[in-house]
Ligand binder design. Structure first.
Ligand code: RI2
Length: 323
């Protein structure tokens, strides 16, 4: 019964499906297809089946908050349903709405983001972000003369996907190793990256190396913008919850046959890092561009997590008992 869901879960774990937005849409699709396949007529049994599926998807990768946000949105379709049919219809409707609005958000951000790119700009991007690339490609489509520097993105080489996409769009692109960012930063007018999570204090969690890019950009006074749909903002950071940084297998960095010969060496392979709000000029969302310090407003207004829920969960003193 959980076939559809376990297939999607495996693809997310192995990164066959990757990129925070694509993961979110795949999860919504898997929950929808599962809801349609579950024969349960009893609403409680149906709910249990859906909760098992949601748990399986939530356990795949820990960092991209778009994943639990998508699960939360779709599973809310079960709320107030008195029959299994109502619950099923609720899940299907919410999944379809989520997928549609996610695609719309990507298009909207491309429009907003492109307006921050000027004719003649040289742009640096790191990793492979659908939304960041959307902004660059839209600027090119509008006839702006642009050039891109794209990093390799060790160890998974997502930079290869990026340069293929840019090449297909006919955009002049330079491919560099991650450690060359500092050497080229003075040739760059604007850095654009995506996000896996944005916390309430406006920090951006994105592919490992993003924080180093941001540091170089700040030192060279190059603006850095982040393209992120509102479902990449992390509501539970209001409660003091930290984003868990995924650490992947060392074999992605160093082949096992070499690692085996080096008993005193441990390979560390964090997949993401955290760029503080102070290094980021703007976050471009589908609701418009905001300074990162306004992340709380996005969480409150578009994800429905406000200070009221905060008080309901912990009382007016907050999670640590501080007034
Ligand atoms: P979009 C990716 O993570 C990258 O960190 C990328 O910047 C981010 O998700 C956002 O991608 P991974 O799945 O949603 O490659 O903008 O580890 O496509």
């Amino acid at each position: 019964m959980l076939m559809i869901v376990s297939e999607t879960a495996d693809k997310i774990k192995s990164m066959e499906i990757r990129g925070a937005g694509r993961i979110a849409r795949a999860v919504a699709e898997a929950l929808r297809d599962h809801a349609l396949a579950v024969p349960a007529r009893d609403p409680d049994v149906f709910r249990q089946e859906m909760e098992r599926a949601a748990a399986m998807l939530l356990a795949t990768r820990p960092t991209a908050v778009s994943l639990p946000n998508a699960v939360h949105v779709v599973m809310a379709g079960l709320d107030h349903a008195k029959t299994a049919e109502d619950a099923r219809a609720g899940v299907v409707r919410r999944a379809d709405d989520f997928i549609r609005s996610s695609q719309h958000a990507v298009e909207q951000i491309a429009q907003f983001g492109a307006s921050h790119i000027r004719d003649g700009d040289t742009i640096l991007t790191h990793c492979n972000s659908e939304v960041a690339l959307g902004c660059i490609i839209e600027a090119h489509r509008q006839g702006k003369e642009i050039e891109v520097f794209a990093t390799e993105v060790r160890p998974r080489n997502q930079g290869l996907i990026t340069i293929r996409t840019l090449n297909d769009a006919g955009i002049k692109t330079n491919f560099i190793v991650d450690s060359a960012v500092r050497s080229f930063i003075h040739d760059i007018d604007l850095v654009i990256v995506g996000a896996d999570a944005v916390t309430v204090n406006g920090a951006v969690v994105n592919k490992i190396g993003t924080a180093q890019v941001a540091h170089s950009a700040r030192e060279a006074r190059v603006n850095m913008i982040v393209a992120a749909e509102t479902y990449k903002f992390a509501p539970r950071t209001i409660l003091g919850e930290l984003i868990r940084i995924e650490e992947r297998a060392g074999s992605e960095v160093l082949p096992d046959e070499i690692a085996r010969t080096l008993p005193h060496v441990t390979v560390r392979n964090p997949a993401f890092d955290v760029t503080p709000a102070g290094y980021i000029d703007l976050i471009v969302t589908e609701k418009g561009a905001i300074p990162p310090q306004m992340a709380y407003v996005i969480i409150r207004d578009y994800l429905g997590w406000g200070i009221d829920e905060f008080h309901l969960a912990f009382g007016p003193a907050g999670p640590n008992g501080d007034e």
